[in-house]
Design a protein around this ligand. Structure first.
Ligand SMILES: CC(C)(COP(=O)(O)OP(=O)(O)OC[C@H]1O[C@@H](n2cnc3c(N)ncnc32)[C@H](O)[C@@H]1OP(=O)(O)O)[C@@H](O)C(=O)NCCC(=O)NCCS
Length: 195
């Protein structure tokens, strides 16, 4: 049977309104310290103000300082526009009090002519880091890449963020062929091994 074209695959992924329904039970919850945390996928148009605030707060806690060291600096308004663009999807891990303990902002997109799932952000609250949550959220993204038959999972990381680079390398990412030289960031990717 003829395979759908890359743009068709991306369009199909973007049209799906209930991404968690495409995930098996193992991806719907994650245990932290004997507490079962739920996973949800949020879209900006149906997010509450409190959810938006929690996402921005966690992003600022984890990244504001690093952004301030880059040529473009930190611009909250610009980040909000990016975070809550209609194309944005947010995979969130909710603790028992229903607060966001971790999230990944991702999108389905075409990148240099290739159909990709692009991880714009991944942030775990400091007290929950190194408990396997980052790996787990990336596995959910990888699963969605398989479901829609996309070619790769891509992300951008500041060269100064040695922790994140160590983490991505550990879970199987390598420097992508589109990563530019002479910049303060790297593009890393993981190819769809099932294609
Ligand atoms: C980077 C981040 C997402 C990693 O998530 P995490 O939940 O802490 O990582 P995990 O516990 O899932 O780690 C998965 C694997 O990566 C390894 N790892 C994690 N951090 C690492 C590091 N700094 N160096 C080397 N390996 C690392 C872990 O040891 C683990 O391997 P193991 O299962 O063999 O022990 C998280 O620490 C974070 O939110 N950091 C601050 C925000 C940030 O920098 N985000 C990325 C922006 S590009």
């Amino acid at each position: 049977m003829r395979q759908p074209r890359p743009k068709t695959r991306v369009a199909k992924a973007n049209a799906e309104t209930d991404l968690m329904s495409l995930c098996s039970k193992e991806f719907l919850e994650y245990p932290i310290d004997n507490e079962v945390c739920k996973v949800a996928c949020l879209r900006p148009e149906t997010m509450s103000e409190s959810e938006k605030e929690q996402l921005m707060h966690l992003l600022e806690l984890n990244m504001k300082e690093s952004y301030m060291e880059t040529p473009s600096g930190w611009n909250r308004q610009e980040k909000e526009s990016e975070m809550f663009d209609p194309a944005a999807r947010h995979l969130v891990l909710l603790s028992r009090d229903e607060k966001i303990a971790a999230f990944s902002h991702f999108r389905f997109d075409m990148d240099y002519g290739v159909d990709v799932i692009y991880c714009y952000e991944i942030h775990i609250k400091e007290c929950f880091q190194r408990k396997g949550i980052g790996r787990f959220l990336m596995e959910v993204l990888e699963h969605l890449m398989f479901v829609f038959g996309l070619s790769k999972l891509v992300l951008t990381v500041f060269k100064s963020n040695k922790n994140a680079i160590g983490f991505y390398t550990k879970i199987g990412f390598s420097i992508d062929e589109t990563s530019p030289e002479d910049t303060h960031y790297l593009i890393m990717s993981k190819l769809n091994a099932k294609k």
